[in-house]
Design a protein around this ligand. Sequence first.
Ligand SMILES: [Zn+2]
Ligand SMILES: [Zn+2]
Length: 234
Amino acid sequence: MFPPACAGCDGSSTPTTAFCDVCRPVAPRLTPPYCARCAVPMTTFDADDDAADGADAPSECSRCRKESPSFDAVVACWEYDEAVADAMRRIKYGGDLPALRALCRGARPWFRRQLQRLADDTPLVPVPTHPVQLRRRGFHVPNLALRWLGIADRTRHLLRKVRPTPQQAGLSLAERKKNVRDVFHAPNDTPPGAHAVIFDDVMTTGATADAAAAALKNAGFERVSIVVLARAVS
Ligand SMILES: [Zn+2]
Ligand SMILES: [Zn+2]
């Protein structure tokens, strides 16, 4: 009866998209070339990279080549731009769950395509929150998103968060890394597999993704990828 709401404002959108016509142009999909490991556009960190004459262009950005993260690959549905950032603020700090539902509605076809590329037994592992933080907020964005993306049946809760962490927003990369060091644990009885995919709503610096991936690698997974709704690219 009513057109669905836009995830970024109070406008209306079509049943298959997350954003209205006003918000959509500032929510571009990530386009290549981007780093094969962390998915930032190659120009972000490679502007001053002087590749040797005739050498193939590197597939990873200079930051990943300098200090390799624990994850092997990142895919993101959207760039974390203003429209997505607005939506995430509404969701996380305003409890605007219809906005999250709208985001998931828009991202659903993209997620379906990503899952088709994975082996049937590849677990989708949400980045967990700490029970104290869950009680404070009342909902867990990654778990709700997986449900509303229609892929909860692929979910396996292989990680737990062993202590609450302070807000990461506004902190430097070094501070973020310190906050999340050893914060995720995979239970010892986790049967390791060849590949696990970590799911989170947003990836900014990658510090959280790195810590979560390190825990799954410690548990014996050979390859760990990251899939997110949105990825900050600058
Ligand atoms: Zn809008
Ligand atoms: Zn990279």
